[in-house]
Ligand binder design. Structure first.
Ligand code: ADP
Ligand code: MG
Length: 258
């Protein structure tokens, strides 16, 4: 506990010197799943912070608790213990409705299985989150602009079962972006894709981060994690390493420059 506090104080002064703004702070975060008498501990006390503008990979083997952590950070689930501050707000205090509102405004998700609505067009999928938000721009115009930015202006009226996996994931990225979230969580976003489409997705994520978006990428692959700028390694629900990527992989024009 004392060690954690010291760590937080030290990192706070480092951030002030470097004019960084903390987006996410978790202290001693835990999660257990209970089923009848059996309690399964999944997250065993995680302490870290993520600043605005970072590109972080949460990396670890299958079953290590990455998706559980991402669901908590993304306000889809609640921790069993510990603190979670999102933009300095203690989110463990919020009601379900407040959490849902905050999630819609602040968080964009990209999942391995795309999670698009079936029997719905590309454009409609991306317009959907705008129905719940205050828009400065007309929803259709905004959705079209975002879809153009991920190279899908020629697919607007296709149904989601009529496009390729790589295109589906680009729709999911556009949907995640459309409300200008404070952070984008991408859980194994290349896991269902061929390698060429995977590179395109990493290129888009890196481009988004270059233009200031905060990205948290969840992956079990070292190779994929090295597209990020920082890697938080988890194992058995604990952080076993947290470091800056020395030689980053850069995806550019459909290729990896490394
Ligand atoms: N709803 C749940 N109920 C019970 N156990 C779960 C549930 N969700 C995940 N788990 C367990 O938690 C552990 C971590 O899962 P997960 O966070 O999905 O890991 P990862 O994404 O790293 O593969 C696994 O052992 C998994 O079986
Ligand atoms: Mg997972």
């Amino acid at each position: 506990m004392v060690f954690n506090c010291l760590k937080i104080v030290r990192s706070a002064s480092w951030r002030i010197e470097n004019f960084l703004i903390m987006l996410i702070q978790v202290n001693n975060l835990t999660k257990n799943y209970a089923s009848g008498e059996v309690v399964t501990p999944v997250l065993n006390g995680l302490t870290f912070s993520i600043d605005q503008g970072e590109f972080v990979a949460i990396m670890g083997p299958s079953g290590s608790g990455k998706s559980t952590l991402m669901h908590i950070l993304g306000l889809l689930d609640r921790p069993s213990g510990g603190q979670y501050y999102l933009e300095d707000k203690d989110v463990t205090e919020l009601s379900d409705d407040e959490l849902a509102g905050l999630r819609n405004r602040k968080i964009g998700f990209v999942f391995q299985a795309f999670n698009l609505l079936p029997r719905t067009t590309v454009l409609e999928n991306v317009m959907l989150p705008l129905a719940y938000a205050k828009n400065r721009e007309a929803p259709e115009r905004r959705a079209k602009k975002i879809l153009a930015s991920v190279g899908l202006d020629h697919r607007l009226n296709y149904f989601t079962n009529q496009i390729s996996g790589g295109e589906k994931q680009r729709v999911a990225i556009a949907r995640a972006l459309v409300n200008e979230p404070a952070v984008i969580f991408a859980d194994e976003p290349t896991g269902n894709l061929d390698s060429k489409s995977g590179v395109q997705i990493m290129e888009i994520l890196q481009g988004l981060n270059d233009s200031g978006n905060t990205i948290v990428l969840v992956t079990h692959e070292t190779y994929t994690s090295e597209h990020a700028k920082r890697i938080i390694k988890v194992k058995d629900g604990l952080i076993i390493d947290d470091y800056k990527v020395g030689q980053r992989r850069i995806a550019k024009d459909g290729e990896i420059l490394k």
